[in-house]
Design a binder for this molecule. Structure first.
Ligand SMILES: NC(=O)C1=CN([C@@H]2O[C@H](COP(=O)(O)OP(=O)(O)OC[C@H]3O[C@@H](n4cnc5c(N)ncnc54)[C@H](O)[C@@H]3O)[C@@H](O)[C@H]2O)C=CC1
Ligand SMILES: O=C(O)[C@@H]1CCC=N1
Length: 276
């Protein structure tokens, strides 16, 4: 069921509205956000009904645009050019929100020093169906209840005390859907290699991953408890687990995956600072 957007009365400007910001926007509109309260500055985004879209901040400003919530949704590498035009407008009561990978709260405070608050949000693509998770950290005089109201229709919210772990969280939950989907793809490919049709393999893999995560969430148990309920002593599951668990290879592989993604966040932050 779509959660209703409550207790958010701001005027929102999205600077950059591609895959991620677009997923958030579509969910907000589905949750009841009046499109007339939103403007998009993006030279290439798909137009949405009832919403005004501009190719540049200058065009938005010339049209008399004003907003008290501004969300950065372009690539981190574009921060320099966007901040030059946006910083003079992000003053007074403006909350500056950012979903940019890598770009820290202190970077945002340096770029937008006169905003009322700087809020770093790390959403993921499942926000599109309200099943995402958003990690949040902020600086300044943040209206935390309005931030929560805005993020609530997108899925779960995790508030962090500061953004010191945000690059890891970006890898974990931001990039996470791509890693999980790749695992599903590989599971299906393995089934196909052993004799299933491609179509059956993907259908069965999708149902197995979906059912397992739903079961985990519903049961409130740790995964190991449920694994023990599947794996009969000396049975088929244990034979497979013996391979999966050997030498801790799976955890080692996933640690390397997350490390690479986390460290790329640090590199993107450098590029955003113009040091790339
Ligand atoms: N895709 C994802 O699942 C997630 C992405 N993010 C972050 O979201 C941001 C956007 O990523 P995506 O949506 O994947 O990229 P995207 O390439 O789909 O969207 C970027 C948008 O920015 C627009 N743009 C480019 N230059 C601009 C400018 N000067 N002014 C205004 N708009 C401009 C582009 O036309 C495009 O529509 C990135 O900073 C990324 O780190 C964060 C979490 C998850
Ligand atoms: O791949 C990226 O850089 C962005 C950040 C997290 C997900 N997509």
């Amino acid at each position: 069921m779509t959660k209703v957007l409550r207790d958010f009365s701001g005027r929102l400007l999205l600077v950059g509205c591609g895959n991620m910001a677009g997923a958030m926007l579509d969910r907000w509109i589905a949750a009841g956000l009046d499109p007339a309260r939103v403007a998009v500055v993006d030279p290439f985004a798909s137009p949405r009904d009832g919403m005004t879209q501009y190719v540049s901040l200058a065009e938005w400003q010339a049209a008399g645009g004003s907003a008290d919530w501004v969300m950065l949704g372009m690539k981190p590498q574009q921060l320099g050019e966007v901040a030059a035009d946006l910083a003079p407008l992000a003053t007074g009561d403006v909350h500056l929100l950012s979903i940019l990978a890598g770009v820290s709260l202190s970077d945002l405070a340096e770029r937008f020093p006169d905003a009322r608050a700087q809020v770093r949000i790390l959403p993921n693509l499942a926000a599109r169906i309200g099943a995402g998770v958003s990690a949040v950290a902020s600086l300044g005089d943040t209206d935390t209840s309005a931030v929560s109201a805005l993020l609530d229709p997108l899925g779960q919210i995790v508030t962090l005390a500061d953004d010191s772990t945000m690059d890891l969280v970006t890898a974990f939950t931001g990039s996470g859907p791509a890693f999980v989907l790749r695992l599903i793809e590989s599971y299906a490919a393995a089934g196909e290699r052993l004799g299933l049709s491609a179509e059956d393999a993907l259908t069965l893999a999708t149902a197995t991953f979906g059912g397992s995560t739903a079961l985990l969430a519903d049961s409130g148990e740790k995964p190991g408890v449920l694994i023990a309920q599947v794996a009969s002593k000396g049975g088929t599951t244990q034979a497979g687990l013996d391979v999966l668990d050997s030498d801790g290879q799976l955890t080692a592989l996933l640690t390397n995956v997350l490390r690479a993604a986390r460290d790329r966040g640090r590199e993107l932050a450098d590029l955003a600072r113009g040091n790339g």
